[in-house]
Design a binder for this molecule. Structure first.
Ligand code: AMP
Length: 407
C-alpha cells in the first residue's frame, strides 16, 4: 500500500455515528449541570506539559509528538485548560471537553496514538465538594451509557506534609527490597518513588503489596475527613472502592485520585475507562493564583470496547433517486426542495440502467429509493421502495409532506 494508515491512528467511518452520539449525550449531561464547553488548540508549548504533567511521567519522557519549534500535539487537556484560565481569569470555572489527544504509545487494543477523551475540570471548590459533585456526574454518565460492569476506585495522596512523610518511609522500604524490583522501578527510586506503586511488572507488584500504605500515614484530621468523604459518598449512593495503590501517572495530583475501571474483563490490561482527581497546586505551579481544582478524563475508544455493542454496518440513512428519465437533475432538485424533510441525497446516473442503479443504491446503503419512470412523471406520482424490507408504495408528488417512514 502506498499510503498506509499511520500506526495507532484510525479513520472513523462506521464508528462515527456512535462517537457523535456519545459526544452529544456527554455534552448534554454536563451542560445541564452548569458546565461550559472549551475547545483548546491541538498544538501547545512542550514546556506546559513538562511543568504540569511532570518530566518523569511516561507522557512527557517518551510519548509526546514534538515539533522542531518546541510545540507538541496536546497529550491531555488539563494543562491546556489551566493555561487558558491563567490567560483569562474571567473564563467559566466549570469546563467540559470532548476532543482528540495524542500520545506516542505502543499501539494495542484500547491504546492508540490518537484517541478521544471526554472530560471536565472544576475550579474554585475545595474538597470534598467537587469530588462528590464530579463522581456523581461520572456515575450517572456511565449508567446512562448502559455500562454495568465498572467500579470507581479511589485513593488519597495526602497533603504535602503527609505525602513527604510517606514518601520517606516508602522509599526506605523499596530501597531495602530493590533487588526484587524491575530496572524501571529501580530508576524511579530516585526520580518518582510513588509511581512504583502502579507498576504493571509482576515482581514489582509483589514487593508493592507488602509496602507501607499512604492511608496509614495521614494525620488524624486528614484521616477523619477522608473517612467522612467516603461515608458521604456512600450515603449519596456512590459505591467507591478504596485502592491504596492507585497513584495515577501524572505529577499534578494532590488529595483524592480516582479511576473508573471496567470489570467485564473485555478490555484486557487497558481496563481504565477514565480517571482524575484533585490538583490544587497546579495553577500556582504554573505561575497563577491559588485556585483549587478537580478534573476527570475518560477514553472514548475504551468506552466503545466496554459498551461491546456491535457497530451496525448497515446504518441505512440515505434516500436515493432512481429514474430512467433524462430530467434527472431538475427532478432531483425539485424533489429535494419539495420534500426538504427527507434526506434525498443520492441521484443515480440514468445511463446505468435500472438494475445497476438498484445494486448501487444497496451498496451505498440507501434506506429507500424513490423511483420515477415516464408513467410516474405523467401521472404526478412516484414509487418509493424500502430497501431493507422490500415494501413499495405509490406516493402522490402533490402531497406537500411525504412521510416515508410509514410505507
Ligand atoms: P489519562 O489522561 O492518562 O489519565 O487517561 C485518561 C483515560 O484516557 C484513560 O483511562 C483511557 O481511557 C484514556 N486513554 C489514555 N491514553 C490512551 C491511549 N493511548 N489510547 C486510548 N485511550 C487512552
Amino acid at each position: 500500500m502506498k499510503y498506509p494508515l499511520t500506526p495507532g491512528m484510525k479513520d472513523l467511518v462506521l464508528e462515527a455515528p456512535l462517537y457523535r452520539k456519545l459526544e452529544s449525550e456527554f455534552m448534554e449531561l454536563l451542560l445541564s449541570q452548569g458546565f461550559s464547553e472549551i475547545r483548546t488548540p491541538i498544538l501547545e508549548a512542550k514546556e506546559l506539559f513538562v511543568r504540569s504533567v511532570g518530566g518523569d511521567s511516561d507522557i512527557v519522557s517518551k510519548e509526546m509528538f514534538t515539533t522542531e519549534d518546541g510545540l507538541v500535539l496536546r497529550p491531555e487537556n488539563t494543562a491546556p485548560i489551566v493555561r487558558a484560565l491563567l490567560n483569562d481569569q474571567e473564563l467559566p470555572k466549570k469546563l467540559v471537553y470532548f476532543s482528540p489527544q495524542f500520545r506516542k504509545e505502543r499501539p494495542q487494543k484500547g491504546r492508540l496514538r490518537q484517541f478521544y477523551q471526554y472530560g471536565f475540570e472544576m475550579f474554585g471548590e475545595t474538597a470534598p465538594q467537587s469530588e462528590l459533585e464530579g463522581l456523581l456526574i461520572i456515575d450517572q454518565l456511565y449508567k446512562k451509557w448502559g455500562l454495568t460492569n465498572f467500579e470507581i476506585q479511589v485513593n488519597y495522596l495526602g497533603n504535602t506534609q503527609e505525602r513527604e512523610n510517606y514518601l520517606t518511609v516508602l522509599k526506605e522500604f523499596l530501597t531495602t527490597n530493590q533487588d526484587k524490583l524491575s530496572s524501571k522501578s529501580k530508576e524511579r527510586l530516585s526520580s518518582n518513588v510513588l509511581r512504583i506503586l502502579d507498576s504493571k511488572d509482576e515482581g514489582d507488584q509483589l514487593v508493592v503489596s507488602q509496602a507501607p500504605k499512604i492511608l496509614d500515614y495521614l494525620s488524624p484530621e486528614s484521616s477523619q475527613s477522608w473517612n467522612q468523604f467516603l461515608d458521604t459518598a456512600k450515603s449519596l449512593g456512590l459505591n467507591l472502592i478504596v485502592n491504596p495503590l492507585l497513584v495515577r501517572g501524572l505529577d499534578y495530583y494532590t488529595g483524592m485520585v480516582f479511576e473508573v475501571v471496567d470489570t467485564s474483563g473485555n478490555l484486557g490490561s487497558q481496563k481504565a475507562l477514565g480517571g482524575g482527581g484533585r490538583y490544587d497546586k497546579l495553577m500556582q505551579d504554573l505561575g497563577g493564583q491559588n485556585l483549587p481544582a478537580f478534573g476527570f478524563a475518560g477514553g472514548v475508544e475504551r468506552l466503545v470496547l466496554a459498551l461491546n455493542k456491535p457497530i451496525e454496518p448497515n446504518d441505512r440513512q440515505s434516500i436515493g433517486l432512481i429514474t430512467t428519465e433524462n430530467l434527472v437533475l431538475p427532478m432531483f432538485v425539485e424533489l429535494k426542495n419539495k420534500f426538504s424533510n427527507l434526506n434525498i441525497d443520492i441521484c443515480f446516473n440514468t445511463k446505468l440502467g435500472f438494475k445497476k442503479m438498484f445494486k448501487r443504491a444497496d451498496k451505498l446503503k440507501c434506506s429507500k429509493v424513490i423511483i420515477v419512470g415516464s408513467s410516474e412523471l405523467q401521472g404526478g406520482f412516484v414509487k418509493v421502495k424500502d430497501l431493507a424490507t422490500g415494501n413499495e408504495a405509490i406516493l402522490n408528488i402533490s402531497i406537500a409532506q411525504l412521510d416515508l417512514n410509514n410505507l
